[in-house]
Design a protein around this ligand. Structure first.
Ligand code: ATP
Ligand code: MG
Length: 384
């Protein structure tokens, strides 16, 4: 019989909270596997998934790869604590392999004889006897290791492959946040990184119909769905932004467009966040990347909100961000050439270092409150 062992790591460090983290991770895994036939058991420091069909094995692995808090997982053979059964299982793993190997035995069941060192040596010897044509023992730098884990409850796990999961913390262990998601490369990465640290996220997108069309919205929906797979489902709130942009365009100097737009985005995001019970705003800003991301610009947009603003990629280079975007498969979508509201009414010379007093003065030409209220009254919600 075979099974999958799922291990967690950082959770060990949480002292008294350990139970909370373990339970949350367990709930997240079970939710993610809902609809797939299997048996789930919590063991000491790990979980065991059994009784799945061969066809579902790769589906389960694909799910596990997207669960924050999963450190590693391995497909294991499960046999009773019986020397011959263990040896047969080891033979199954060694049968079609070539190169160097070693056996590593861990004996939690101290009544099991022979002891760990002897078990490794005996089974290693037997593997050479069976497959010595293709295999050699190597204590250091072996091509593969056959792990034998003899447990107290009468079961032994035998495995040779271990895959790394996302690590991080279980989603929901670090509260809730609202991600400002554009159609670009950076914000989906920022969202993913926050999720990975255990924050469950909602998404908000500002849409300037008809300047930005359906295709631009669809692109954001695709990106939201992709990061939603790590989040255990996700909600996207689309805010109509056209009236606000037109008002700025009409009443304020052109170079203030982006600066003022950002302040509206932050204010609306904070209000929505409060109404959703979200505790932070998350953006994909990266220091110095564009005019709107200088410290002066960030000061200007940050000064209209009181909620913490998390900027996970603030110190990342573009290439580092792209690297993560490729890993989470958002890059190809992000580079599709659709308009974003930031490219509408784009000034020739945006302010690089806006002066806060002047920003506030120019903003006073606008009915800030009325514009916000009307935008918020027409928010469209999508759930995935
Ligand atoms: P991204 O790659 O995420 O689009 P960017 O490098 O293009 O980022 P900006 O256009 O300056 O940078 O946007 C900075 C941040 O502002 C984005 O990362 C995102 O969090 C937020 N943002 C920008 N445009 C929108 C939008 N239309 N809706 C929601 N949030 C947005
Ligand atoms: Mg952008």
């Amino acid at each position: 019989m075979d099974a999958i062992i799922v291990r967690y790591c950082e959770i060990h460090l949480k002292g008294k909270n350990r139970g909370f983290f373990e339970k949350l991770l367990r709930v997240n895994i079970e939710k993610s596997l809902a609809g797939i036939k299997h048996k789930f058991t919590a063991m000491h420091s790990r979980y065991l998934i059994e009784d799945f069909s061969e066809a579902d094995y790769s589906v389960i692995c694909e799910k596990l790869r997207k669960i924050a808090g999963v450190h590693t997982f391995s497909r294991v053979l499960v046999v009773p604590n019986d020397f011959d059964a263990i040896q047969n299982a080891a033979a199954t793993l060694c049968k079609n392999r070539t190169g160097t190997f070693k056996i590593e035995t861990n004996r939690a069941d101290k009544t099991f004889q022979p002891n760990s060192v002897e078990t490794s040596a005996l089974i290693g010897g037997k593997m050479l006897e069976l497959y010595g044509k293709n295999l050699k023992v190597a204590v250091k730098n072996a091509d593969f290791t056959v792990n034998i884990d003899i447990r107290e409850d009468g079961k032994t796990f035998i495995y040779s492959e271990t895959e790394h999961g996302l690590s991080g913390m279980p989603v929901g262990s670090a509260g809730k946040g609202l991600l400002l998601i554009s159609g670009g490369i950076d914000s989906p990465v920022a969202g993913f990184m926050t999720i990975k640290r255990g924050m469950k996220i909602d998404c908000i997108h500002f849409h300037s119909f008809p300047y930005t069309g359906e295709a631009a919205k669809e692109k954001v929906i695709t990106l939201t769905k992709k990061i939603g797979e790590y989040n255990g489902g996700i909600n996207l709130y689309v805010v109509p932004f056209t009236e606000i942009q037109e008002a700025i365009h009409k009443n304020c100097p052109e170079e203030y467009m982006i600066t003022l737009m950002r302040r509206f985005m932050m204010r609306i995001a904070e209000r929505l966040a409060v109404s959703l019970g979200d505790q932070a705003i998350i953006t994909g800003e990266s220091l110095g990347q564009v005019a709107s991301q200088t410290i002066e610009s960030i000061t200007s947009s940050n000064s209209v909100v009181r909620m913490p603003v998390l900027r996970p990629v603030i110190a990342f280079d573009k290439l580092e961000i792209i690297d993560v975007a490729n890993k989470i498969d958002t890059y190809e979508t992000s580079i599709l050439p659709y308009e974003d509201c930031c490219t509408v009414f784009l000034p020739k010379f945006p302010l690089i270092k806006p002066n806060l007093e002047k920003v506030v003065k120019n903003e006073s030409n606008l009915d800030v409150e009325g514009l916000i209220e009307r935008a918020m009254a027409n928010i469209e919600k999508h759930s995935f």
